[in-house]
Design a protein around this ligand. Sequence first.
Ligand SMILES: [Zn+2]
Ligand SMILES: [Zn+2]
Length: 367
Amino acid sequence: MSADPKTAQTMRALRKPARGVHALVLERVPTPRPRPGWVVLDVRLAGICGTDLHIVADEFASWPPVTLGHEFTGTIRELGDGVAGWTVGQRVVCEPHSLACGRCHLCRRGLAHLCSEKRSPGWGIDGGFAEQVTVPADLLHRVPETVDDVAAGLVEPLSIVITAFERTPVPPGGTVLVLGPGPIGILAALTATAVGAGQVVLVGRPSSAGRLALAADLGVEVWDSSRCDVPDTAYARTGGRGMDLVVETSGAAEAIAEGIGALRRQGRMCVLGVPGPEPIRVPWGLAMNRAADIAFSLSSSWSSWDAALALLARGAFDPRPLASVFALTEWEQAFAATRTRAVVKAMLDPTDNTTPSKAVTPVAPPT
Ligand SMILES: [Zn+2]
Ligand SMILES: [Zn+2]
């Protein structure tokens, strides 16, 4: 049981204790107080992301001791001095772009999400794998009534997808190939369909068979890349033209090469997949042959958050089948399921509303 939320002076938080490779620790820490311009949220749900696995492995910069969790939704519990336009009890999501400087050339272009001084909840400052989190009020977005908590918990990855489509728009009636059936890939396929693509295909490997099956259940056309030549099939399925837009979410060399091969001439490729530390061989000559436009997209723009909430509010698609909710106390199970791809998107619930294990719907047996 958690302490009485009205009087609690401490709370449970899942933390990285020190620099280096360390097991996370679920421990009691003081509840946060809001500084001027910030708010404190009661966390409702917080998603586990591939980045969290990299933070645990010390492959992604972090400032421990720090509470993990950068994808969360909750309700406003307390307002700091000077916060206007928000009230206690409102349901919100929060851009993770805290401590962006506001003065650099990127911030001044409206690209605070790319500011080198930004320190996000979950790696730079304490994040959402806790009962409460404190964040700047100007990074909040209000969750509409019609968007429930699980859908709201998916707004951060959906914003990542929409930011990519701000760079490389989905061609109305056009053809879109998405590589990699993780949460970002499935959300990209659902979004491309919802915003007017003519044909959308999601490609994955047999190791992600469960995720491909889930995407197929949601109405997405899926290809197993071990069973077809992806570029040949893409050309065959588009009357010999090739794909208008390829969205690369896997970070894998083989998939990147397949994506370039599948492009039509002067087609566009948007890269979201984070590769490993080793350099990747890219078929540069093939990209030249395709006269390809290749863009890379990092993080999420301010405008993408309201766009994500607007899509969900109008019921453009239902992302909730992607989520499997675990109690915060089951964090080890949730991280293991993320690591083995047994679920698409694990979410932690620090409120104890989730019956342990009952809400878990694995999409594939752990491998
Ligand atoms: Zn993330
Ligand atoms: Zn800046």
